[in-house]
Design a protein around this ligand. Structure first.
Ligand code: SF4
Length: 387
């Protein structure tokens, strides 16, 4: 199946508001027939509202466009995110007044407004989904595209996979990377070798295991698979692709559980790819962009939307002068996000798995909602200015 992805380029020909990204988001909302679909629906607009001094999350101007379209269509919108993000949202400019609708925490004030969804994966048996998501009848997943230290990148899929679940579920989801053993005491000859493995990581990704004295614990989010540790590990400590893939897969499962709570046709997805920082908005600050802006995307197909966004970035080089000093390019193979987060954090592979569990199609047609009409300066004679 080929899905349609609507795209608004960040490029302008004219210095005019009609060619800006908010205007192109309006055109995408028209193409998605938002107004015609939301009458009397309780519409959850799922955002990542960030934290602390982050300022690269989706700007209120864009959110207001979505809210306005829902209101004009007779829907009842609310913006939603995790409790701590909603509680501090006003500090970053997100209020009912600026957005045009109320903000509710996905899982309630204390994170306890949840429903259990049984699903067996690694050590997990249940996913606890936010009540605000369950009570909504229509979902608009409005995401900011950026890098992410565990998934490689974060956009619409991650926005709902992690952002609609409670704290214990998010924690358990991160722990699936530890399901298969990666430190093998029987192969570690002595304490000096164990310490050498730990100290070999320049990123501090390997630490003492607090729950298993004499063991080692890997912080997968810090590991870019540079493999320096493998030179001293002699098989006692393994960097395993499957551990990284497990987190990508559990995110797909979680997203599927979320989308299955909505009637077919009552979900839509938007990616805003501006200010592409190297790590997630949950870090609570905004770093320099490491990839160029590539615009705004919208689709009813989550996988198609994510694939189109990834593809648009695929041939863009990392802006190396903007990389934080503690990050490096470990490889120039694969997607640019893999250059800095490592080959095992493979966003394309996540979409292959997402397609397999029925989250959508990687086949898409990209429709530019306002193709740039470049002015033809050559058609007019150039007359140099005089002295
Ligand atoms: S692969 Fe590199 S980043 Fe990962 S734990 Fe080993 S040394 Fe650290």
């Amino acid at each position: 199946m080929t899905s349609t992805v609507y795209w608004g380029s960040p490029r302008q020909a004219q210095l005019d508001a009609s060619e800006t990204l908010p205007a192109k988001l309006d055109l995408i909302l028209d193409k998605l027939d938002i107004r015609q679909r939301v009458k009397d629906q309780r519409v959850a607009i799922k955002l990542h509202l960030g934290g602390n001094v982050g300022y690269s999350t989706v700007h209120p101007v864009f959110i207001r466009k979505v809210v306005q379209a829902v209101l004009e269509g007779g829907g009842k919108p609310f913006v939603t995110d995790l409790p701590h993000a909603v509680e501090s949202a006003h500090k970053r400019g997100y209020t009912a007044e600026t957005l045009g609708c109320p903000l509710y925490a996905t899982t309630g004030i204390d994170g306890k407004w949840v429903t259990a969804h049984p699903y067996d994966y690694c050590q997990m048996t249940e996913f606890y989904m936010g009540g605000a998501i369950e009570e909504a009848s229509f979902l608009i997943d409005l995401a900011h595209v950026k890098g992410h230290p565990v998934t490689g990148w974060g956009a619409a899929l991650k926005n709902i996979a992690l952002g609609c679940m409670d704290g214990r579920t998010r924690s358990a989801m991160h722990d699936v990377s530890h399901y298969e053993p990666y430190f093998f005491k029987e192969k570690c000859p002595d304490e000096a070798t164990r310490v050498a493995i730990r100290e070999s990581c320049p990123y501090g990704a390997i630490v003492d295991d607090q729950e298993d004295p004499g063991g080692l614990h890997l912080h997968h989010f810090k590991c870019n698979q540079c493999m320096r540790c493998q030179a001293v590990a002699n098989g006692a400590f393994e960097i395993q692709r499957g551990a990284f893939m497990a987190f990508l897969e559990v995110c797909n499962i979680s997203a599927k559980l979320v989308l299955d709570t909505f009637e077919p046709g009552n979900t839509t997805f938007i990616n805003l790819a501006t200010q592409l920082t190297p790590v997630c908005d949950c870090f609570g600050f905004t770093g320099m962009p490491v990839l160029p802006d590539v615009g705004v995307f919208g689709s009813d197909d989550l996988v198609a939307l994510e694939q189109a966004t990834l593809d648009m970035l695929a041939d863009k080089p990392i802006i190396e002068e903007n990389l934080p000093g503690m990050m490096e390019i470990v490889s120039r193979d694969g997607h640019p996000w893999q250059w800095i987060h490592g080959p095992y954090k493979d966003p394309n592979e996540q979409l292959v798995m997402a397609e397999q569990i029925g989250l959508g199609s990687r086949e898409y047609t990209l429709v530019d909602v306002l193709p740039v009409q470049e002015p033809d300066f050559k058609a007019v004679q150039y007359i140099p200015a005089g002295p």
